[in-house]
Design a protein around this ligand. Sequence first.
Ligand SMILES: *Cc1c(COP(=O)(O)O)cnc(C)c1O
Length: 402
Amino acid sequence: MLEVDTVQRQRMTEPDADGYFGDFGGRFVPEPLIGACQEVEAAFRDAWSDNEFRQEFLDVLTHYVGRPSPMTECVNLGAELGLRLFLKREDLNHTGSHKINNVIGQALLAKRMGKTHLIAETGAGQHGVATATAAALMGMECTVYMGEVDMKRQALNVFRMGLLGAKVIPALSGSRTLKDAVNEAMRAWVSEVEHTHYCIGTVMGPHPYPWMVRSFHEIIGCESQRQMMALLGRQPDVAVACVGGGSNAAGLFAGFADHEEVRLVGVEPAGGAAIGRGIPAIVHGMKAHFMQDEVGQVLEAESISAGLDYPGVGPEHSFLSDIGRAEYHPVTDERVLVAFRKLARTEGIIPALESAHAIAWVMDNAAELAGKNVVVNLSGRGDKDVQQVQEMLEAAQNGDES
Ligand SMILES: *Cc1c(COP(=O)(O)O)cnc(C)c1O
């Protein structure tokens, strides 16, 4: 049977009463949504301290999602890099990524609150598909808001959500991408809050979402921590994860944050480095780092991987960076492609392009990491990215020849 940590943590615990992690977080929403957020917070506090709810959550993770996910040592790539490399296999979860942990948690919570309808925002469509999956499983209605531009780019995921019984509504405002979909989902939530739960897809948004979403992903870190103890008899030296909004990283880090000897590394796309290049701002209901232009307009993130194109980052990552507990580094699209192919060739594992960011950072810093034990959260599988990579490699080849 699965368990979650019962030890009281010192770091990565609850935010303060106003939802702050240090200077970051909070609840910056229009008046009508304050009550809705308070309702979610009260329900989550109640559920998370109820053993029956936790058991139900863990049962679904065991029998539907397929947890615990394995910890795989990459013997070939590790030897080549001169270190020991371990992958936390979130790619083997049902639906192919870590995202399912959070949506199962929130769907169960919504049911407990008596809600019958889930709404979600989605960029590339992955969180939309995950939410539609949970809604189908639990017999709930599901509406997904998606930028009109993203709907064209990710037509297959739009079809997939339809198969799962969800309705996809195009966000037509602004740049018609992810940040506009978040705004429209929040607007829709205001008008139908009585029956509807807003299922946010990463550790962002108004309190309690960053805390709640991280809590549902802590299973990643708890399992990893135990698996590393079983494999090595000690904690790893480094724990690495890619960062879009930061949910898979937060889940992994939670298992190691109290072990001060474990270095925590978040890897951002160079074109979407919210912590590296961003400044604090209040957007989407929270104070956190966002990439902005000189007049404070939020920029579009640009990345090879659609799942990392959120221009901001969850407030707890802003905090962990601020206090120096975690570090955040950028990697370029070019290096991500190298890592994507390398893991496939050496280990027979095709990673999601998002997860390949974390592998790329390890490869590029192998000299410094020599002899160390490194855990990478393999947040998702790469099947969804194979066609895009094929097109990019062919275009690059044609470019070389001309
Ligand atoms: C969505 C996604 C991410 C990015 O989201 P986080 O909240 O930063 O974890 C990373 N990897 C995969 C496979 C994803 O689908």
